[in-house]
Design a protein around this ligand. Structure first.
Ligand SMILES: [Zn+2]
Length: 314
């Protein structure tokens, strides 16, 4: 099976796991005038237009930046140049950005953001958000400090070390091969007509397959069998990993949890194909004709999973 590159995957940076263990090397990178910085303002990113799409806008570190209060996070290196993310509050309005750069929400910009930059931004967003929310030790309550360019935090009092976490989510398209249809659901908060793959967090003590079977049963009443992995997607809102799967239906009668789901239905191949033929810009957007099926746009792994089935590749 070919490897799919979902949006936010394929970050090209070398995360420098070995060299960053040496704190003096990290300090050298910080002091190197060639190092570049990505200032995030309330977790939005400086971006500029380029060639019909968007690119991240990097900056030098202002001399008077408050790096004690807002320590730069080492994302990694590319072509020998260290790249850091930093809270823009370290030097408000003093990062030298191109005149045409503006701060943009990552989720909104992702469909037009360069693929490599989207991967870097996913790392930066999840990384900075985690550090901002873990300034105190979960064991003793005292302050923590970041080490090795931010790869983890250490308590300033007790021996506890705290590592940035990623929360795994299973997302599944269940297929009924005999009736040639697939199972999708919707939540009440979504735009009318929008349906997507069933998804949920993996619980403690569950395998991916266990979680798929449980989530599908909880959200649809369908018995999922023959679970198989397709591809995955970092989802930095705030720090998930979407694990995309297909499964076969071992039953056909839908019985969904109305507290969790607004609707769950079987869709025929022709209904899915018809919806996928809509322009990409319209997919997942409100304003479609009454009764029209709206599917997630191409930046979502759900789109990859649904399209793979519609194309007959799974
Ligand atoms: Zn502690």
């Amino acid at each position: 099976m070919p490897e799919f590159r979902n949006t936010f995957s394929g970050n090209p940076l070398d995360r420098e796991a070995a060299r960053r263990r040496d704190e003096s090397w990290v300090t050298e990178q910080l002091d190197n005038p060639a190092a570049v910085f990505l200032p995030l303002r309330d977790l939005t990113f400086p971006m500029r237009s380029e060639g019909g799409g968007m690119r991240l806008a990097w900056s030098r570190l202002p001399e008077d930046a408050d790096v004690e209060r807002y320590p730069p996070l080492l994302l990694g290196t590319s072509d020998g140049v260290a790249r850091f993310a930093i809270d823009a509050a370290a030097a408000p309005d003093r990062f030298a950005l191109p005149d045409d750069a503006s701060f943009m929400d990552l989720r909104a910009a992702a469909p037009v953001l360069d693929a490599d930059d989207a991967g870097i931004a996913a790392q930066a967003r999840a990384f900075l958000d985690w550090h901002q929310r873990h300034r105190f030790c979960a064991v003793c309550g005292d302050p923590t400090r970041h080490v090795q360019g931010g790869i983890f935090r250490k308590c300033t009092t007790c021996p506890a070390e705290h590592f940035p976490r990623t929360d795994p989510v299973v997302i599944t398209v269940v297929i009924d091969p005999e009736r040639d249809c697939c199972l999708l659901g919707r939540q009440a908060s979504w735009p009318p007509g929008m349906f997507s793959a069933l998804a949920g967090f993996i619980d403690h003590g569950e395998s991916i397959e266990d979680a798929v079977r449980r989530e599908v049963a909880e959200e649809s009443g369908i018995h999922a069998v023959n679970v198989r992995y397709h591809s995955s997607q970092p989802w930095p809102f705030p720090s998930s990993l979407m694990i995309g799967c297909h499964a076969d239906a071992g039953s056909s009668e839908i019985n969904y949890d109305e507290w969790e789901m607004d609707d769950v239905r079987w869709f025929s191949r022709s209904e899915i194909e018809h919806s996928l033929r809509q322009p990409a810009a319209q997919l997942g957007q409100p304003g479609l004709p009454e009764g029209a099926l709206s599917l997630p746009g191409p930046m979502a792994i759900a789109h990859t999973l649904i399209t793979a089935w519609a194309n007959g590749s799974v």
